[in-house]
Design a protein around this ligand. Structure first.
Ligand code: SF4
Ligand code: FES
Length: 256
C-alpha cells in the first residue's frame, strides 16, 4: 500500500493503482473525455490533468494513466490544473465548436473561445477515440482515423460504406459529443454511408436490429435468431414474466 495526499487529504492505495481510479472511488471529480475503463491506455484529451507536487517542483500528469507508485501530493483543482484544463478545452472548441456546451459541462466552467475555428467537416468531433476503439474492441473495426493534425477525422475507409459495419450504433451511443449521425426511419437505419434494413421484433413489431447485427450477435452469444430478434424491452418483459412464473411455481410447490 502507498500513502498519498489528494487535495491535502490522506489516502492509502494499492501500488500501481491509477490516480483516476482512486479519485473516482473517493468521489473526487476529475473531468475526462477520452477515458473508458474497458479500453484504457489512450490518454489523448488531457482534460484529466492533475498537479503533482514534489518538494518545490510541480508537474501535470494525466490522471487516467498515472500509476501511483510512491508518496506523492496531488491537487485536482489548483490554478495550474484549471489553467491547463481551460486551455485544453479552448483548443478542443477550436476543432469542435458545436461541442462547446458539452465541454463546459465536463469541466464545469464557461469557456471563452480564444482560437480560430478549424475548417473541419465534423464540428462536434473532439477526437476522443472512443467510437473507433469500441468498434475495434468488439471486433467489427469498421471505422478508423484518417489524416493528420487538423485534418484528422474519424471515418470509414475511403469515406464509403464498409462491409464490416454491422449498423449496431455502438459508436453513436459512446460518443460523448453526439458527433456521429444515425437516423432510423421507415424501417431503415442510415449510418456511415450505409442504409441498413431494420428487422421487426416478433412481439411488438418495433424495428430495432439490423440483419448484420443479428448475425454478429448469434455468432458471439450462441443465442438463436428468434431470441435475438426480440427487442430489448420485450425481452425484459418476457424475462420478468418467466421469473414471476418461476416464483409462483415455487410457492405452489412449497404450499403443497
Ligand atoms: S466521433 Fe465522437 S466518439 Fe468518435 S472520436 Fe469523435 S467525439 Fe470521440
Ligand atoms: S481522460 Fe485522461 S487523457 Fe483523456
Amino acid at each position: 500500500m502507498v500513502e498519498i495526499f489528494i487535495n491535502d487529504k490522506k489516502f492509502k492505495v494499492a501500488k500501481n493503482t491509477k490516480l483516476l481510479d482512486t479519485c473516482k472511488k473517493n468521489n473526487i471529480y476529475i473531468p475526462t473525455l477520452c477515458y473508458h475503463p474497458d479500453f484504457p491506455g489512450f490518454a489523448g484529451c488531457r482534460l484529466c490533468v492533475v498537479e503533482v507536487r514534489k518538494k518545490n517542483e510541480s508537474k501535470l500528469v494525466a490522471a487516467c494513466e498515472y500509476p501511483i507508485r510512491s508518496i506523492e501530493r496531488f491537487y485536482t483543482e489548483s490554478e495550474m490544473v484549471k489553467k491547463s484544463r481551460r486551455m485544453t478545452a479552448k483548443l478542443l472548441i477550436a476543432r469542435a465548436p458545436e461541442a462547446k456546451e458539452i465541454l463546459e459541462e465536463i469541466i464545469n466552467e464557461k469557456i471563452e473561445p480564444e482560437f480560430d475555428t478549424l475548417n473541419v467537416q465534423n464540428k462536434r468531433c473532439v477526437l476522443c477515440g472512443l467510437c473507433y476503439r469500441l468498434c475495434h474492441k468488439q471486433g467489427t473495426a469498421a471505422i478508423y482515423t484518417a489524416g493528420r493534425g487538423a485534418d484528422k477525422v474519424v471515418q470509414t475507409p475511403y469515406k464509403d460504406a464498409n462491409e464490416d459495419c454491422i449498423g449496431c450504433g455502438s459508436c453513436v451511443a459512446i460518443c460523448p459529443t453526439g458527433a456521429i449521425r444515425m437516423i432510423d426511419s421507415n424501417g431503415k437505419r442510415a449510418l456511415w454511408y450505409h442504409q441498413f434494413e431494420l428487422l421487426k421484433c416478433p412481439i411488438c413489431g418495433e424495428q430495432h436490429i439490423t440483419n448484420q447485427m443479428l448475425l454478429y450477435e448469434m455468432q458471439k452469444t450462441g443465442l438463436s435468431e428468434t431470441e435475438l430478434s426480440i427487442c430489448p424491452r420485450c425481452r425484459r418483459e418476457k424475462m420478468g414474466q418467466e421469473m414471476l412464473r418461476g416464483i409462483c411455481h415455487e410457492k405452489i410447490v412449497t404450499v403443497k
